[in-house]
Design a protein around this ligand. Structure first.
Ligand code: BTN
Length: 259
């Protein structure tokens, strides 16, 4: 764990956050999980300039060179774990709106279920939610890991990827700007979610949903289902209409393809 060369005092975050800035770390999620276990308060945010063991969903590697954004935020929501998973939609929207705040208005941001952020149909950001519940089944902490491709993206990813500079946000946009924009948006959206529940978040997410109304393929572990993406239900589950017109409610999985 090496301290960041750039002073974190240059970063302006709302007072709800406590920033821990690092130059390099294995995984900001692992660091945040350690801190959460030691009792770190909600709003503790681990930010690293690069990761040597960045992790994606389903045990995949998240390639993490300098120039992109890697952050993990500790949250302690007072709700059941299933409900807390809706924070993934809150965070995806905060990334999308944060990008909108630093980018030209013509950049098209969409959201791929459950928590990916796309620019011009290519993945620009991904989220990794990890949590711990007590022996009594109460949610202790949730770590929200966010990776945004600002300057580079992997060429060999399962779903096509891109980065913000390539998409024309302007060469002066850097990861520190995206970090600050994300944090401002997340605070507004998470307060809305706490006060009004998932409905307003769903209403913001749905008009920009990738593949809605189209044929999609959803990966569920070893199984792949093909059907029409009909709805996002009131909990955040994807409603897939199968070729025999039956409907499947999918709470966890990955959209692999949208025609
Ligand atoms: C995915 O789309 O598979 C999720 C990618 C999540 C990557 C971020 S980068 C910051 C945080 N630390 C990690 O090791 N992973 C998450």
């Amino acid at each position: 764990m090496t301290p960041a060369p750039a002073s974190p005092t240059d970063i302006r975050l709302p007072p709800a956050y406590r920033l821990i800035a690092m130059d390099s770390v294995g995984s900001t999620n692992d660091e945040a999980k350690k801190l959460a276990d030691q009792g770190a308060e909600e709003g503790t945010l681990v930010w690293a300039r690069k990761q040597t063991k960045g992790r994606g969903r389903h045990g995949r590697t998240w390639t993490s060179p300098r120039g992109n954004l890697y952050l993990s935020l500790i949250l302690r929501p007072e709700c059941a774990l299933a409900e807390a998973a809706q924070l993934g939609f809150v965070a995806a929207l905060a990334v999308g709106k944060g990008i909108g705040a630093v980018a030209p208005p013509l950049l098209e941001v969409t959201y791929k279920w459950p928590n990916d952020v796309l620019v011009h149909d290519r993945k620009v950001a991904g989220l990794l939610l990890e949590s711990k519940t007590t022996a009594e089944g109460i949610l202790d902490w949730l770590v929200l890991g966010v990776g945004v491709n600002v300057q580079s993206h992997p060429e060999d990813s399962r779903f096509p990827a891109t980065n913000l500079i390539f998409e024309g946000v302007g060469p002066d946009v850097d990861e520190a700007m995206v970090l600050q924009a994300f944090c401002r948006q997340f605070l507004t959206l998470v307060n809305r979610w706490t006060e009004d529940g998932f409905a307003p978040i769903r209403s913001l997410w749905l008009p920009h949903a990738h593949g809605l109304g189209k044929t999609i393929e959803v990966g569920l572990g070893m199984e792949i289902l093909r059907g029409t993406f009909r709805e996002l239900d009131e909990t955040g589950a994807l409603i897939l209409e199968l070729p025999d017109s039956s409907r499947r409610t999918i709470a966890a999985g990955d959209v692999l393809f949208a025609a």
